[in-house]
Design a protein around this ligand. Structure first.
Ligand code: MN
Length: 242
């Protein structure tokens, strides 16, 4: 048995609707610009170029109902409501036709973004990590297994801030549907059980602040709600102490 120089961190997990067992998270892939109207609002041409990806660490996941501390080093902290795909089986070089066989389930998630840091990195040709992959940046609601939810390809996806609607679109507007995204990632590396894919956000992204309540949902997959808390190490210490 392996011994460690200190106790390894707990495996990050996401809740599963209707059961107590949780989904162990391995990696989080995120799709950039997968709705035309959002690509336009980010100043980009929504022509159907191949999907591109960035990642978040597995331990950025946050449960529904959490208070997310306002992150450091940003004055433009943004929400992005997204359909989350949970991979339940390994797969490499998977065809589009077989891609959905890898899916364990789906959830509502929020790709929290330090927009000022992301855009500065984008425009300077630097990595997006500091804008996208920070602590608490991936709130994800309970997963709905495929047996219960099927494979949602259409339906309303929406987000409110303090009960004001900010994002309101339909999954049918995804430029690259879930099967294409899975097939594309699997051509580049082996997808593994435990991987999550955040599939991109529709138009209407914007800034949030301390004290805001952010709620979102997708037809058939329920809702997610978070509150934005005080910034700084005090919030992080409070989480670590739980
Ligand atoms: Mn996103």
């Amino acid at each position: 048995m392996t011994s460690y120089v200190f106790e390894p961190a707990a495996i990050p997990t996401v809740a599963v609707a209707g059961q107590t067992a949780r989904f162990p998270v391995r990696r989080i892939f995120c799709v950039g610009r997968n709705y035309a109207a959002h690509a336009r609002e980010m100043g980009k041409d929504p022509e159907r170029e191949p999907p591109f990806f960035f990642t978040k660490p597995a331990d950025t996941v946050v449960d529904d109902g959490a208070t997310v501390p306002y992150p450091p080093e940003t004055e433009s902290f943004h929400y992005e409501i997204e359909l989350v795909v949970a991979i339940g089986r390994d797969g490499f070089n998977i065809s589009r036709d077989d891609a959905l066989d890898l899916v364990f389930g789906y959830a509502v998630g929020i790709d929290l973004t330090r927009r000022d840091l992301q855009l500065e990195a984008r425009d300077k040709g630097r990595p997006w990590d500091w804008g996208k992959a920070f602590d608490h940046s991936a709130p994800i609601a309970p997963l709905h297994p495929v047996e219960r939810a099927g494979h949602p390809a259409q339906g309303r996806i929406w987000l409110t801030v303090n009960e004001v609607v900010k994002q309101d679109a339909d999954l049918a507007e995804l430029i690259w549907p879930v099967a294409d995204i899975i097939a594309t990632i699997s051509q580049s590396m082996q997808l593994k059980a435990g991987d999550l894919i955040m599939t991109g956000t529709p138009a209407g992204v914007g800034a949030i602040d301390i004290g805001d309540t952010v709620k979102g949902g997708i037809d058939g997959l329920g809702t997610i709600q978070i509150r934005i808390g005080e910034n700084g190490p005090k919030s992080l210490d409070a989480k670590a102490a739980r």
